[in-house]
Design a protein. Structure first.
Length: 448
Protein backbone atom coordinates (compact mmCIF):
# COMPACT_ATOMS: atom_id res chain seq x y z
CA UNK A 1 0.00 0.00 0.00
CA UNK A 2 1.41 3.37 -1.04
CA UNK A 3 1.77 5.89 1.75
CA UNK A 4 0.29 9.37 1.52
CA UNK A 5 2.92 12.09 1.29
CA UNK A 6 1.93 14.02 4.40
CA UNK A 7 3.55 15.10 7.67
CA UNK A 8 1.73 14.37 10.92
CA UNK A 9 2.72 15.68 14.36
CA UNK A 10 1.42 13.92 17.50
CA UNK A 11 1.64 15.82 20.80
CA UNK A 12 0.94 13.95 24.04
CA UNK A 13 2.72 13.60 27.38
CA UNK A 14 2.07 9.83 27.52
CA UNK A 15 4.78 7.83 25.79
CA UNK A 16 2.50 4.85 25.17
CA UNK A 17 0.04 7.08 23.30
CA UNK A 18 2.85 8.51 21.17
CA UNK A 19 4.25 5.08 20.40
CA UNK A 20 0.91 3.45 19.53
CA UNK A 21 -0.31 6.30 17.32
CA UNK A 22 3.03 6.62 15.52
CA UNK A 23 3.25 2.90 14.75
CA UNK A 24 -0.32 2.86 13.42
CA UNK A 25 -0.17 6.06 11.34
CA UNK A 26 3.30 5.30 9.96
CA UNK A 27 1.67 2.58 7.84
CA UNK A 28 -0.36 5.21 5.97
CA UNK A 29 1.63 8.49 5.99
CA UNK A 30 5.23 9.33 5.07
CA UNK A 31 6.36 11.51 8.00
CA UNK A 32 5.27 11.07 11.60
CA UNK A 33 6.72 13.30 14.32
CA UNK A 34 6.04 13.10 18.06
CA UNK A 35 6.42 15.51 20.98
CA UNK A 36 5.95 14.69 24.65
CA UNK A 37 6.41 18.32 25.66
CA UNK A 38 4.14 20.94 24.07
CA UNK A 39 6.69 23.65 24.89
CA UNK A 40 8.68 22.50 21.86
CA UNK A 41 5.86 23.20 19.38
CA UNK A 42 7.23 26.61 18.38
CA UNK A 43 10.69 25.26 17.61
CA UNK A 44 9.38 22.30 15.59
CA UNK A 45 6.87 24.33 13.55
CA UNK A 46 9.62 26.81 12.69
CA UNK A 47 11.71 23.97 11.18
CA UNK A 48 9.12 21.59 9.71
CA UNK A 49 6.08 21.95 7.49
CA UNK A 50 3.33 20.06 9.29
CA UNK A 51 0.06 19.15 7.58
CA UNK A 52 -1.86 17.79 10.57
CA UNK A 53 -1.38 17.99 14.34
CA UNK A 54 -2.93 15.48 16.74
CA UNK A 55 -3.07 17.50 19.96
CA UNK A 56 -3.80 16.19 23.45
CA UNK A 57 -5.72 18.68 25.60
CA UNK A 58 -4.17 18.06 29.04
CA UNK A 59 -0.51 17.93 30.12
CA UNK A 60 0.07 19.00 33.69
CA UNK A 61 -1.04 16.94 36.67
CA UNK A 62 -3.97 18.59 38.39
CA UNK A 63 -5.00 20.58 35.31
CA UNK A 64 -7.51 18.46 33.44
CA UNK A 65 -10.00 21.04 32.16
CA UNK A 66 -8.54 21.13 28.65
CA UNK A 67 -7.58 24.82 28.82
CA UNK A 68 -3.95 24.00 28.01
CA UNK A 69 -5.09 22.31 24.82
CA UNK A 70 -7.22 25.30 23.81
CA UNK A 71 -4.28 27.63 24.43
CA UNK A 72 -1.95 25.42 22.37
CA UNK A 73 -4.54 25.21 19.59
CA UNK A 74 -4.58 28.99 19.34
CA UNK A 75 -0.79 29.10 19.33
CA UNK A 76 -0.52 26.52 16.52
CA UNK A 77 -3.09 28.34 14.38
CA UNK A 78 -1.18 31.60 14.94
CA UNK A 79 2.21 30.11 14.04
CA UNK A 80 0.94 28.00 11.14
CA UNK A 81 -2.59 28.96 10.00
CA UNK A 82 -2.76 26.25 7.32
CA UNK A 83 -1.91 23.41 9.72
CA UNK A 84 -5.02 21.34 10.52
CA UNK A 85 -5.50 20.38 14.17
CA UNK A 86 -7.30 17.33 15.57
CA UNK A 87 -7.87 17.36 19.33
CA UNK A 88 -7.48 14.24 21.48
CA UNK A 89 -9.51 14.08 24.66
CA UNK A 90 -10.77 11.56 27.19
CA UNK A 91 -14.42 10.61 27.33
CA UNK A 92 -16.35 13.08 29.47
CA UNK A 93 -14.33 16.10 28.26
CA UNK A 94 -16.25 16.48 25.01
CA UNK A 95 -17.60 19.95 25.87
CA UNK A 96 -14.09 21.39 25.89
CA UNK A 97 -13.31 19.65 22.60
CA UNK A 98 -16.42 21.21 21.06
CA UNK A 99 -15.16 24.60 22.23
CA UNK A 100 -11.94 23.73 20.41
CA UNK A 101 -13.89 23.17 17.19
CA UNK A 102 -15.32 26.66 17.52
CA UNK A 103 -11.76 27.98 17.90
CA UNK A 104 -10.44 26.41 14.72
CA UNK A 105 -9.87 22.71 15.39
CA UNK A 106 -10.89 20.37 12.56
CA UNK A 107 -12.10 17.39 14.62
CA UNK A 108 -11.67 15.61 17.94
CA UNK A 109 -10.85 12.01 18.81
CA UNK A 110 -11.89 10.29 22.04
CA UNK A 111 -9.21 8.33 23.90
CA UNK A 112 -8.90 5.40 23.75
CA UNK A 113 -9.64 5.71 20.04
CA UNK A 114 -10.78 3.29 17.40
CA UNK A 115 -8.07 2.94 14.74
CA UNK A 116 -10.61 3.17 11.93
CA UNK A 117 -11.99 6.46 13.28
CA UNK A 118 -8.49 7.86 13.86
CA UNK A 119 -7.36 7.02 10.33
CA UNK A 120 -10.51 8.45 8.76
CA UNK A 121 -10.18 11.71 10.69
CA UNK A 122 -6.48 12.12 9.82
CA UNK A 123 -7.12 11.39 6.11
CA UNK A 124 -9.86 14.03 6.00
CA UNK A 125 -7.59 16.50 7.80
CA UNK A 126 -4.80 15.87 5.27
CA UNK A 127 -7.27 16.50 2.43
CA UNK A 128 -8.32 19.77 4.05
CA UNK A 129 -4.70 20.80 4.45
CA UNK A 130 -4.02 20.09 0.78
CA UNK A 131 -7.03 22.15 -0.33
CA UNK A 132 -6.04 25.11 1.82
CA UNK A 133 -2.54 25.11 0.36
CA UNK A 134 -4.00 25.28 -3.13
CA UNK A 135 -6.02 28.39 -2.35
CA UNK A 136 -4.78 31.91 -2.93
CA UNK A 137 -1.87 32.52 -0.59
CA UNK A 138 -2.75 35.41 1.68
CA UNK A 139 0.24 35.97 3.93
CA UNK A 140 -0.06 38.40 6.81
CA UNK A 141 3.35 39.93 6.32
CA UNK A 142 2.86 41.12 2.74
CA UNK A 143 -0.86 41.08 2.02
CA UNK A 144 -3.25 42.75 4.40
CA UNK A 145 -5.68 45.63 4.35
CA UNK A 146 -4.57 48.98 5.74
CA UNK A 147 -7.10 51.49 4.38
CA UNK A 148 -7.06 55.05 3.16
CA UNK A 149 -8.55 56.96 6.08
CA UNK A 150 -6.21 59.53 7.60
CA UNK A 151 -6.48 58.02 11.05
CA UNK A 152 -5.30 54.54 10.01
CA UNK A 153 -2.59 55.86 7.67
CA UNK A 154 -1.22 57.87 10.59
CA UNK A 155 -1.03 54.74 12.75
CA UNK A 156 0.83 52.74 10.08
CA UNK A 157 3.14 55.65 9.27
CA UNK A 158 4.15 55.76 12.93
CA UNK A 159 4.59 51.97 12.92
CA UNK A 160 6.91 52.13 9.90
CA UNK A 161 9.08 54.75 11.62
CA UNK A 162 9.39 52.87 14.91
CA UNK A 163 9.93 49.52 13.16
CA UNK A 164 13.49 50.50 12.23
CA UNK A 165 14.38 50.95 15.90
CA UNK A 166 14.42 48.59 18.88
CA UNK A 167 12.02 50.73 20.89
CA UNK A 168 9.32 48.98 22.91
CA UNK A 169 5.89 49.58 21.37
CA UNK A 170 2.47 49.64 23.04
CA UNK A 171 -0.49 49.14 20.68
CA UNK A 172 -3.86 50.32 21.94
CA UNK A 173 -7.23 49.53 20.40
CA UNK A 174 -10.54 47.80 20.89
CA UNK A 175 -10.92 44.07 20.30
CA UNK A 176 -10.82 43.19 16.63
CA UNK A 177 -9.04 46.33 15.38
CA UNK A 178 -5.97 44.45 14.12
CA UNK A 179 -3.41 44.77 16.91
CA UNK A 180 -1.75 41.45 16.07
CA UNK A 181 -1.52 42.39 12.38
CA UNK A 182 0.12 45.73 13.23
CA UNK A 183 2.57 44.05 15.63
CA UNK A 184 3.58 41.56 12.95
CA UNK A 185 3.93 44.40 10.43
CA UNK A 186 6.36 46.20 12.74
CA UNK A 187 8.33 42.97 13.13
CA UNK A 188 8.40 42.31 9.36
CA UNK A 189 9.76 45.82 8.72
CA UNK A 190 12.45 45.56 11.40
CA UNK A 191 16.04 44.36 11.30
CA UNK A 192 14.90 41.38 13.42
CA UNK A 193 12.59 40.03 10.70
CA UNK A 194 14.80 36.99 10.04
CA UNK A 195 14.62 35.94 13.69
CA UNK A 196 11.64 34.57 15.67
CA UNK A 197 8.32 36.35 16.16
CA UNK A 198 6.69 34.88 19.27
CA UNK A 199 3.11 35.91 20.09
CA UNK A 200 1.66 35.28 23.55
CA UNK A 201 -1.97 35.90 24.52
CA UNK A 202 -1.52 36.90 28.14
CA UNK A 203 -5.28 37.10 28.60
CA UNK A 204 -5.64 33.35 28.13
CA UNK A 205 -2.70 32.40 30.36
CA UNK A 206 -3.72 30.94 33.68
CA UNK A 207 -1.77 32.64 36.48
CA UNK A 208 -0.58 29.21 37.65
CA UNK A 209 1.42 28.68 34.45
CA UNK A 210 2.30 32.34 33.74
CA UNK A 211 5.93 32.13 34.89
CA UNK A 212 6.70 28.71 33.45
CA UNK A 213 5.17 29.70 30.11
CA UNK A 214 7.00 33.01 29.77
CA UNK A 215 10.24 32.37 31.63
CA UNK A 216 10.69 28.60 31.24
CA UNK A 217 11.65 26.06 33.90
CA UNK A 218 14.36 23.61 34.92
CA UNK A 219 13.86 19.88 35.12
CA UNK A 220 12.32 19.04 38.49
CA UNK A 221 11.14 22.60 39.18
CA UNK A 222 7.65 21.21 39.79
CA UNK A 223 5.95 17.81 39.66
CA UNK A 224 5.46 17.62 35.91
CA UNK A 225 8.71 19.33 34.86
CA UNK A 226 10.37 16.42 33.06
CA UNK A 227 12.80 18.41 30.92
CA UNK A 228 14.67 21.72 30.93
CA UNK A 229 12.32 23.96 28.95
CA UNK A 230 12.82 27.50 27.63
CA UNK A 231 10.02 30.03 28.02
CA UNK A 232 8.55 32.31 25.38
CA UNK A 233 11.09 35.06 26.05
CA UNK A 234 14.01 32.74 25.33
CA UNK A 235 12.27 31.41 22.21
CA UNK A 236 12.16 34.99 20.93
CA UNK A 237 15.92 35.49 21.40
CA UNK A 238 17.27 38.01 18.83
CA UNK A 239 13.74 38.44 17.53
CA UNK A 240 10.47 39.98 18.72
CA UNK A 241 7.99 38.95 21.40
CA UNK A 242 4.40 40.20 21.17
CA UNK A 243 2.56 40.26 24.49
CA UNK A 244 -1.13 40.67 23.74
CA UNK A 245 -3.71 41.67 26.39
CA UNK A 246 -1.01 42.92 28.74
CA UNK A 247 -3.62 44.94 30.62
CA UNK A 248 -5.08 41.69 31.96
CA UNK A 249 -1.91 40.60 33.80
CA UNK A 250 -2.56 40.48 37.58
CA UNK A 251 -0.59 42.95 39.70
CA UNK A 252 1.47 40.28 41.48
CA UNK A 253 2.76 39.03 38.12
CA UNK A 254 3.39 42.47 36.65
CA UNK A 255 6.41 42.88 38.91
CA UNK A 256 7.97 39.69 37.53
CA UNK A 257 7.39 40.88 33.98
CA UNK A 258 8.87 44.27 34.82
CA UNK A 259 12.05 42.68 36.19
CA UNK A 260 12.63 40.79 32.94
CA UNK A 261 12.13 43.94 30.85
CA UNK A 262 14.32 46.10 33.11
CA UNK A 263 17.23 43.70 33.47
CA UNK A 264 17.00 42.15 29.98
CA UNK A 265 17.48 38.77 31.63
CA UNK A 266 15.22 35.85 32.42
CA UNK A 267 15.53 33.25 35.17
CA UNK A 268 13.84 29.90 34.64
CA UNK A 269 11.77 28.44 37.45
CA UNK A 270 14.00 26.18 39.52
CA UNK A 271 17.18 28.07 38.57
CA UNK A 272 19.02 31.00 40.18
CA UNK A 273 21.28 32.14 37.35
CA UNK A 274 19.74 34.77 35.02
CA UNK A 275 20.01 34.21 31.28
CA UNK A 276 20.69 37.26 29.06
CA UNK A 277 17.93 38.34 26.67
CA UNK A 278 18.06 40.22 23.39
CA UNK A 279 14.45 40.68 22.37
CA UNK A 280 12.27 43.46 21.03
CA UNK A 281 9.04 43.82 23.03
CA UNK A 282 5.69 44.79 21.52
CA UNK A 283 2.62 44.83 23.76
CA UNK A 284 -1.07 45.44 23.17
CA UNK A 285 -4.26 45.91 25.13
CA UNK A 286 -7.86 47.02 24.68
CA UNK A 287 -7.78 48.81 28.04
CA UNK A 288 -6.90 52.42 28.77
CA UNK A 289 -3.70 51.81 30.73
CA UNK A 290 -3.56 55.39 32.01
CA UNK A 291 -6.88 54.81 33.74
CA UNK A 292 -5.73 51.39 34.93
CA UNK A 293 -2.63 53.02 36.44
CA UNK A 294 -4.80 55.67 38.12
CA UNK A 295 -7.02 52.92 39.53
CA UNK A 296 -3.96 51.02 40.84
CA UNK A 297 -4.72 48.07 38.56
CA UNK A 298 -1.53 48.46 36.52
CA UNK A 299 1.98 49.35 37.66
CA UNK A 300 3.07 52.81 36.55
CA UNK A 301 6.72 51.77 36.17
CA UNK A 302 5.73 48.85 33.91
CA UNK A 303 3.52 51.16 31.86
CA UNK A 304 6.45 53.46 31.10
CA UNK A 305 8.77 50.54 30.34
CA UNK A 306 6.51 49.12 27.63
CA UNK A 307 5.40 52.49 26.30
CA UNK A 308 8.44 53.97 24.59
CA UNK A 309 6.15 54.43 21.59
CA UNK A 310 2.35 54.27 21.71
CA UNK A 311 0.25 53.54 18.62
CA UNK A 312 -3.54 53.74 18.73
CA UNK A 313 -5.58 51.68 16.28
CA UNK A 314 -8.97 53.31 15.64
CA UNK A 315 -12.25 51.37 15.76
CA UNK A 316 -13.92 50.66 12.43
CA UNK A 317 -16.79 53.04 13.19
CA UNK A 318 -14.26 55.89 12.97
CA UNK A 319 -13.03 54.70 9.54
CA UNK A 320 -16.25 54.97 7.55
CA UNK A 321 -14.49 55.37 4.19
CA UNK A 322 -12.63 52.10 4.79
CA UNK A 323 -15.67 49.91 5.49
CA UNK A 324 -16.62 48.96 1.93
CA UNK A 325 -13.03 48.53 0.63
CA UNK A 326 -12.29 46.35 3.68
CA UNK A 327 -15.42 44.28 3.07
CA UNK A 328 -14.40 43.71 -0.55
CA UNK A 329 -10.90 42.70 0.54
CA UNK A 330 -12.29 40.22 3.06
CA UNK A 331 -14.71 38.87 0.47
CA UNK A 332 -11.81 38.12 -1.91
CA UNK A 333 -10.00 36.42 0.96
CA UNK A 334 -12.98 34.18 1.76
CA UNK A 335 -13.60 33.37 -1.90
CA UNK A 336 -10.01 32.12 -2.07
CA UNK A 337 -10.31 30.22 1.21
CA UNK A 338 -13.42 28.31 0.20
CA UNK A 339 -12.64 27.97 -3.51
CA UNK A 340 -15.95 29.56 -4.49
CA UNK A 341 -16.70 31.06 -7.88
CA UNK A 342 -16.83 34.84 -8.20
CA UNK A 343 -19.18 36.26 -5.55
CA UNK A 344 -20.32 39.86 -5.22
CA UNK A 345 -22.25 41.93 -2.73
CA UNK A 346 -25.82 42.97 -3.43
CA UNK A 347 -26.12 46.77 -3.60
CA UNK A 348 -28.30 46.83 -0.47
CA UNK A 349 -25.62 44.88 1.39
CA UNK A 350 -23.04 47.59 0.67
CA UNK A 351 -25.42 50.15 2.15
CA UNK A 352 -25.80 48.00 5.25
CA UNK A 353 -22.03 47.57 5.57
CA UNK A 354 -21.51 51.32 5.48
CA UNK A 355 -24.22 52.05 8.07
CA UNK A 356 -23.42 49.23 10.47
CA UNK A 357 -21.52 50.27 13.62
CA UNK A 358 -19.25 47.18 13.63
CA UNK A 359 -18.71 47.18 17.38
CA UNK A 360 -16.66 44.01 16.93
CA UNK A 361 -14.53 45.85 14.36
CA UNK A 362 -12.57 43.98 11.66
CA UNK A 363 -12.99 40.63 13.40
CA UNK A 364 -16.78 40.99 13.37
CA UNK A 365 -16.80 41.94 9.69
CA UNK A 366 -14.57 39.01 8.78
CA UNK A 367 -16.80 36.55 10.65
CA UNK A 368 -19.96 37.94 9.06
CA UNK A 369 -18.51 37.80 5.54
CA UNK A 370 -17.17 34.28 6.02
CA UNK A 371 -20.64 33.17 7.10
CA UNK A 372 -22.18 34.94 4.11
CA UNK A 373 -19.84 33.23 1.64
CA UNK A 374 -20.79 29.85 3.09
CA UNK A 375 -24.54 30.58 2.88
CA UNK A 376 -24.53 32.53 -0.37
CA UNK A 377 -26.54 31.23 -3.33
CA UNK A 378 -26.43 32.46 -6.95
CA UNK A 379 -23.09 34.22 -6.32
CA UNK A 380 -24.79 37.26 -4.79
CA UNK A 381 -24.52 37.98 -1.06
CA UNK A 382 -27.83 39.26 0.25
CA UNK A 383 -28.79 41.16 3.40
CA UNK A 384 -30.02 37.95 5.03
CA UNK A 385 -26.73 36.17 4.19
CA UNK A 386 -24.76 38.88 5.98
CA UNK A 387 -27.22 38.94 8.91
CA UNK A 388 -27.08 42.71 9.42
CA UNK A 389 -30.79 43.47 9.53
CA UNK A 390 -30.36 45.45 12.73
CA UNK A 391 -28.37 48.63 12.10
CA UNK A 392 -26.49 49.58 15.23
CA UNK A 393 -25.29 52.94 13.97
CA UNK A 394 -27.70 55.86 14.35
CA UNK A 395 -28.60 58.03 11.38
CA UNK A 396 -29.03 61.76 11.57
CA UNK A 397 -32.56 63.05 11.17
CA UNK A 398 -33.89 66.45 10.06
CA UNK A 399 -34.51 67.22 13.72
CA UNK A 400 -30.79 66.71 14.40
CA UNK A 401 -31.24 64.25 17.29
CA UNK A 402 -28.46 64.61 19.80
CA UNK A 403 -26.58 61.32 19.70
CA UNK A 404 -24.80 62.16 22.89
CA UNK A 405 -28.06 62.14 24.84
CA UNK A 406 -28.96 58.75 23.37
CA UNK A 407 -25.53 57.35 24.28
CA UNK A 408 -25.65 58.81 27.80
CA UNK A 409 -29.08 57.26 28.39
CA UNK A 410 -27.81 53.87 27.16
CA UNK A 411 -24.80 54.00 29.50
CA UNK A 412 -26.93 55.01 32.50
CA UNK A 413 -29.46 52.27 31.79
CA UNK A 414 -26.74 49.62 31.51
CA UNK A 415 -25.08 50.81 34.74
CA UNK A 416 -28.38 50.62 36.60
CA UNK A 417 -29.02 47.12 35.27
CA UNK A 418 -25.56 45.92 36.36
CA UNK A 419 -25.48 47.69 39.75
CA UNK A 420 -22.68 50.03 38.60
CA UNK A 421 -20.36 47.10 37.82
CA UNK A 422 -18.01 48.61 35.25
CA UNK A 423 -16.80 45.33 33.73
CA UNK A 424 -20.30 43.91 33.21
CA UNK A 425 -21.60 47.23 31.88
CA UNK A 426 -18.73 47.55 29.40
CA UNK A 427 -19.31 44.00 28.19
CA UNK A 428 -23.04 44.61 27.69
CA UNK A 429 -22.38 47.81 25.73
CA UNK A 430 -19.64 46.20 23.62
CA UNK A 431 -17.00 48.58 24.97
CA UNK A 432 -13.64 48.17 26.63
CA UNK A 433 -13.45 49.29 30.26
CA UNK A 434 -11.28 52.21 29.17
CA UNK A 435 -13.84 53.29 26.56
CA UNK A 436 -16.60 53.14 29.18
CA UNK A 437 -14.55 55.21 31.62
CA UNK A 438 -14.10 57.87 28.92
CA UNK A 439 -17.87 58.04 28.47
CA UNK A 440 -18.44 58.28 32.21
CA UNK A 441 -16.07 61.25 32.30
CA UNK A 442 -17.59 62.79 29.14
CA UNK A 443 -21.16 62.65 30.46
CA UNK A 444 -20.19 63.37 34.08
CA UNK A 445 -21.73 60.10 35.30
CA UNK A 446 -20.79 59.26 38.90
CA UNK A 447 -20.78 55.56 39.82
CA UNK A 448 -19.61 55.89 43.44
Amino acid sequence: MKKTNASILIIDDQEDILFASKVFLKKYFEDIYTLNNPKNIVELLSKKTIDVVLLDMNYRIGFEDGREGLYLLKEIKTLSPKTVVILMTAFGKVETAVEGLKNGAFDYILKPWENKKLLESVKQAVDKSRKEKKTKNVEIENDFFVGTSDIIKKAYSLADKVAKTDANVLILGENGTGKFVLAHHIYSQSERKDNPFIAVDLGSLNSNIFESELFGYAKGAFTDAKLDTPGRFEMAQNGTIFLDEIGNVPLHLQSKLLQVIQTKTVTRLGETKPRPLNVRIITATNLNLKLEVADKNFREDLYYRINTMEIVLPPLRERNEDKIPLAEYLLDKMIAKYGRDEITFDKKVLEQIEKHAWNGNIREMENKIERAVILCENNKITVSDLDLEIITAYEETPDDIQLSSVEKAAVEKALLKNNNNVSKTAEELGLSRGALYRRLEKYNININ
